[in-house]
Design a protein. Structure first.
Lengths: 338, 338
């Protein structure tokens, strides 16, 4: 059952649990804010729901709290940093902040980070940039969870990529490169629903939308999650992994898999562009408003059915700010017991 | 019927036809090389097959030959340029070259270009960067040809995006944001084949793989091409359009549509990263070889079924260099008659 929790109470619980692990100060504050905000924006899977797992990776020693990232090399407006396997959301926040500093100096800036850990929700860092007037492109690699197009064994991470533009609300695309997460498929299977579009390769070797069959393929060891856009997402996941590994001189997906059982030691890229310097914010807002309106008028009937990227999260944020952040009751009990 | 033409003969024809339109020198040489190379790489739709249409847009005065691009504004490592509605492939070549110069100075460089025209094949500019040791991300907007997810009227361009990394062969992802081009759907309909995955919304309002039905929806005015990855490609097409328009201070897809009947006046973004400075080329090659081998070993049976991005084009290039560039006989007659 979903209950409604005040944002401050979520942040308080996160800080309490982290303090017991000797994480305090700014690092704890960043984690608390990000976990609460992800749930606030309706991305519960990467908010409170994820927190017990996040704490587990600290307790297992996979993630190292209280370290700060280190600059490894600088090439002008692009720098290479080491995340020291520190707290993923803290490191990613630092990296995007540094990319923004470089962009403020050079118009465009980039941080390629190695040896970092799961950043929770990629959109967090797109919003971080957008809310300060920067456009952003960032992505991460991840342990392999899906085969390449035409393949059968997991070779590609779902390597989420984020695009953001400043605005009210910010324009935000945050897309993993598997068409569906495991969670969404399981949800549909439990509800007896078909997926709206194919989500994995079925037993007959063809794309299927049958969520129950997909869960059966997992049990039978024949689980083949489909990339976003099939061959296109497959190619994109490969090149994003290669770019992240090469630019950061860090681990590629396949090496992460060999080394650990979690998304630890992964590679990330953060690009920021000082768009506020390139177009007056008022003009930028007008242009984005026009584009959003035009998109929404692209529906024959109820225009509410077409949303511009970032609109859904904004809507959830407003609703949840008023009514409380939605948290699964069992999850909340687990958090309180941590 | 497909015939085989020597690359030099294609370049010669392109130069002859352009010379008759008073386009010579470097501009003609760039067009000739790009058109021949696109067909050489097996991307015939954006090579020789496209040339008669390309010449048509010059003859109609939509594209202005012999102009050179102009720098409009500079913000450090990112610059805004005006393409003056010149020859798309020439302008895009100049823009990527400038992004590479900026990257050579600053580690990363970006050109945002407005008022430019159809660049033919996006992969051309990814390869241009990769072959000189730069990683690249570039994209273009285009006239709206597909509805947003949930919409019914065309609102989004297929806004191709390119990712490239230097290597032998270069890693190259060149993806339009419609899952299929109109040409591919028509090809399947004519051959009586189903598409391998859904390509458009069918008459019942759901995604369909029935190529014939999709062509029927076009005739009935209910044509709804599906974005790559459904809602994901829809969001991505929107943000790429917005970013290109905002960074270049140029036209967004919807404004291009209002102004002209072709992809003229469009906006493009070119990002280059001096990766050769960040990792020794030998080390880069080793890493990419490992990644490609790992990907290919992801198939239970014949590993040839899994290709890394860029491998297909490389294979076609080698074959066609030996056997001649494949050109449709009717197209070749049309080119000779221009």
């Amino acid at each position: 059952m979903t209950i409604r929790i005040r944002r401050e109470d979520i942040e308080g619980q996160v800080r309490r649990v982290l303090a017991a692990r000797r994480v305090g100060g700014e690092q704890a504050a960043i984690c608390a804010r990000i976990i609460a905000e992800n749930s606030l924006d309706g991305v519960t899977s990467h908010g409170v729901t994820r927190f017990p797992h996040f704490v587990g990776t600290i307790d297992q020693g996979l993630i190292v709290p209280n370290v700060e990232p280190e600059q490894v090399a600088a090439f002008g407006a692009i720098e290479r940093w080491d995340g020291k396997r520190g707290l993923g959301p803290v490191m990613a926040t630092r990296f995007m902040a540094r990319a923004m500093e470089l962009a403020a100096e050079n118009g465009i800036g980039c941080v390629a980070a190695r040896n970092t850990t799961h950043w929770l929700r990629g959109g967090t860092y797109g919003l971080q940039a957008a809310r300060s007037g920067f456009a952003a492109i960032c992505w991460t690699n991840a342990r392999p969870g899906m085969p390449a197009w035409g393949g059968t064994k997991p070779r590609l991470g779902n390597n989420p990529i984020v695009f953001a533009l400043p605005g009210e609300p910010p324009i935000l695309v945050d897309m993993a490169l598997s068409q569906f997460s495991y969670g969404k498929i399981q949800e549909a299977a439990l509800a007896g629903r078909q997926l709206p579009v194919p989500g994995a390769i079925g037993f007959d070797g063809k794309p299927t939308s049958d969520a129950k069959e997909i869960i059966e393929t997992l049990k039978a060891g024949a689980y083949r999650l489909l990339p976003t856009g099939y061959w296109k997402g497959s190619a994109l996941a490969f090149v994003l992994d290669a770019m992240a590994a090469v630019l950061s001189d860090g681990l590629a997906s396949r090496e992460v898999e060999t080394e650990t059982t979690a998304d630890v030691g992964i590679s990330q890229v953060f690009i920021a562009i000082d768009v506020a310097r390139m177009l007056p914010p008022r003009e930028l807002q007008d242009r984005l408003d026009e584009l959003a309106a035009h998109l929404k008028q692209g529906h024959a009937g109820d225009a509410e059915d077409v949303r511009f990227p970032g609109e859904g999260a904004e809507r959830q944020r407003r609703y949840n700010l008023e009514h409380g952040v939605p948290v699964d009751e069992t999850v909340w009990q687990a958090v309180q017991a941590l």
